[in-house]
Design a protein around this ligand. Structure first.
Ligand SMILES: Cc1cc2nc3c(=O)[nH]c(=O)nc-3n(C[C@H](O)[C@H](O)[C@H](O)COP(=O)(O)OP(=O)(O)OC[C@H]3O[C@@H](n4cnc5c(N)ncnc54)[C@H](O)[C@@H]3O)c2cc1C
Length: 283
């Protein structure tokens, strides 16, 4: 296992704002991860996957950070559309793999830069009105908790919009079993292409970002912010192209991002809406 000391985590996040990991562990197998988790029991640990939904305090040193990119990248077709997927697998890999077998369901996540572990924690999906999330296809999730490995049924995972039990309890996701639906391969190719096009046309990837800031917010407030901004000269601003997306020119800081988001929250409140942050904050 690779262990990096005093590693700046900026490059591990899509918004390019990072704190420092006193120790950044990169387990290369499931066994290494399990031994590490056992050794670190009782310590403050943070789990980092694609880093595409985390805003880290860049003034902090986090004692133990585990980077999940390598420990389990296995994908296996178990038959009849059932798939085993290690938590390190990227969403695009899972989609392409299942599509090759003629199964699909989550092609709309083609543009999401996360790993399966992070996507399950966040219950990644389409906007609220579409009511489509990765959990639609989950059969069970294998987790580590307090030294034990166990399998949790979909019901036990308590999925709801951008939410799951994993956001609130100290559990580490190891793998997931999915049940996808049979579909024409050509149609699946079209769906993948359509999502990439959608992302190119409607999502603002001109700067670093973590996708949506709030999982619920007031559309009028967000339109007002898009138009007037709070601080035009700063490194951090809301996107003019994609509502509810925060952009970092490259040198933005945690404090600046929090200030801009808190202002947006206040404006939402003034208009009678409690804006709920989707992004996970590492204070
Ligand atoms: C360009 C862009 C587009 C996006 N589009 C969408 C979208 O369409 N829909 C959507 O829902 N989201 C979207 N997002 C947000 C984000 O990509 C998703 O939430 C993604 O699923 C997060 O996965 P991740 O691997 O990056 O997780 P991370 O950001 O690394 O982690 C998220 C949380 O999960 C925890 N975690 C990660 N892995 C594990 C594990 N194995 N066990 C336990 N805890 C773990 C972390 O500690 C953290 O609390 C977008 C982001 C970007 C940058």
């Amino acid at each position: 296992m690779k262990i990096l000391t005093m590693e700046n985590l900026k490059k591990y996040t899509t918004i390019r704002i990072g704190g420092t990991a006193a120790q950044l562990y990169i387990p290369e197998s499931r066994e290494e991860l399990m031994n590490l988790l056992t050794d670190l029991q009782g310590e403050e640990i943070r789990i980092l996957s694609g880093g595409s939904n985390i805003l880290m305090n860049d003034e902090r040193v986090f004692p133990h950070v585990i980077y999940m990119e390598q420990f389990d990248r296995e994908l296996r077709h178990l038959g009849d559309g059932r798939f085993y997927c290690g938590a390190s697998v990227r969403l695009q890999k899972l989609i392409q793999y299942t599509n090759e077998y003629g199964y699909g369901g989550i092609e709309y996540l083609m543009s999401v830069p996360g790993m399966i572990g992070g996507a399950v924690v966040m219950n990644a999906g389409r906007g609220r009105k579409h009511n489509q999330t990765i959990s639609d296809y989950i059969v069970e999730v294998e987790v580590w908790q307090d030294g034990q490995v166990r399998k949790m049924s979909k019901q036990e995972c308590q999925f709801s919009h951008r939410n799951s039990i994993f956001k609130h309890q100290n559990m580490v996701i190891l793998s997931v079993v999915f049940q996808f639906l049979p579909e024409e391969k050509e149609l699946l190719v079209e769906k993948r292409k359509a999502r990439i096009e959608y992302s190119k046309n409607l999502q603002d990837n001109s700067r670093y970002n973590f996708g949506s800031v709030f999982c619920s917010c007031n559309n009028i407030a967000m339109r007002m912010i898009k138009r007037f901004q709070f601080c035009k000269k700063g490194e951090i601003s809301f996107s003019k192209k994609t509502s509810n997306w925060l952009l970092n020119k490259g040198n933005g800081t945690f404090r600046e991002a929090m200030t801009v988001m808190n202002k947006a929250e206040r404006l939402n409140r003034l208009l009678g809406t409690k804006a709920e942050k989707e992004v996970i904050i590492w204070e």
